[in-house]
Design a protein around this ligand. Structure first.
Ligand SMILES: NC(=O)c1ccc[n+]([C@@H]2O[C@H](COP(=O)([O-])OP(=O)(O)OC[C@H]3O[C@@H](n4cnc5c(N)ncnc54)[C@H](O)[C@@H]3O)[C@@H](O)[C@H]2O)c1
Length: 276
């Protein structure tokens, strides 16, 4: 990994590095390579199923477990991070998502609303809860940068993405709404990155993920963006080179979002290919 030290002297918190396939895992590594000091965090239950502790050891970063649905966990995480890092934060990555209806294989037309409530709580409201905690503790420096990861199902229908589409719409809306207040009061910017399908634990949980992945790869002029590509983009948005970017949903998808159809896919739909 090349380093230009564009995060030298900056401090941040990275949520959601479960294993080395996680997008947040690559972001954490790249932030440290670029000179940042970070705190890692993940759900307490991840200690049993994930490798966040290994990453913390490798990067020499403190690890503070926090469940994003619990206010007291976030309050402790933020105050303790400022304490351990020796000053206010410059960046935060929210890389957290989970859908109970997807996990329990409930169809979108047969939703369990207790599950949906939990999905929205973990995948979207947690972003507001996190920003409110940061805001109230005045834990972020001016021109700091807060990011969350989203998916294009917030704008366009991908049937198997199920209730996560609605969770992502809410997540992106929080970035705009809180981004306004955070910008106005404290000159902190808030954005979401809408990432290509990526082979991770959360991604692979979505029904028909291989089809999602292959379709997007064939549609995008540049192909799918990898987790490492996403990490590089996150680093740029944490840096001082993007100070005036806020309240945006930024597509990081190899051109997928603006492509109507690609030549690769057109070939598959010609009359001759369809045997007409
Ligand atoms: N993989 C994809 O195709 C893709 C595409 C676009 C956006 N995203 C988004 O990227 C983000 C990261 O996902 P990923 O693909 O790297 O998968 P991942 O499974 O590696 O990461 C999801 C993380 O959420 C954490 N988490 C779940 N419940 C939590 C809770 N209650 N408290 C704290 N943490 C909790 C998990 O422990 C895990 O670390 C998610 O928001 C996801 O929706 C993923």
């Amino acid at each position: 990994m090349n380093s230009n030290q564009i995060l030298k002297g900056k401090k941040g918190i990275i949520f959601g590095a479960l294993n080395d396939a996680s997008i947040a895992w690559k972001v954490a590594e790249q932030c440290v390579v670029e000179g940042a000091q970070i705190v890692l965090t993940n759900a307490p239950v991840s200690a049993k199923i994930g490798q966040t502790a290994e990453l913390a050891k490798k990067l020499n970063a403190p690890l503070i477990y926090a469940d994003v649905t619990k206010m007291e966990d976030l309050e402790h995480l933020v105050s303790e991070s400022v304490n351990l890092l020796g000053g206010k934060l410059d960046f935060v990555l929210h890389s957290v998502g989970m859908s109970l209806n997807v996990r329990k294989k409930r169809d979108y037309t047969d939703i369990n609303y207790d599950f949906m409530h939990t999905t929205f709580d973990i995948s979207a409201m947690s972003f507001h809860r996190l920003m409110q905690t940061l805001f109230k503790q005045d834990a972020v420096n001016e021109w700091g940068s807060i990011l969350a990861l989203s998916y294009i199902a917030a704008q366009r229908v991908f049937p198997d993405y199920n209730e996560m589409a609605d969770a992502k719409s809410l997540l992106e809306s929080y970035a705009r709404s809180f981004g306004y207040h955070y910008g106005k009061s404290k000159k902190v910017r808030v954005n979401t990155i809408s990432q290509s399908p990526t082979k991770t634990t959360a991604g692979s949980g979505v029904g028909g993920f291989d089809a999602f992945y292959n379709y997007a790869d064939k549609m995008s002029p540049l192909g799918n963006a990898s987790a490492s590509d996403c990490a590089a983009y996150c680093v740029s948005l944490f840096s001082d080179y993007t100070r005036m970017v806020t309240m945006q949903n930024l597509f990081h998808d190899g051109g997928f979002s603006y492509t109507g159809i690609s030549t690769d896919l057109m070939e598959q739909f010609s009359d001759s290919a369809l045997g007409k």
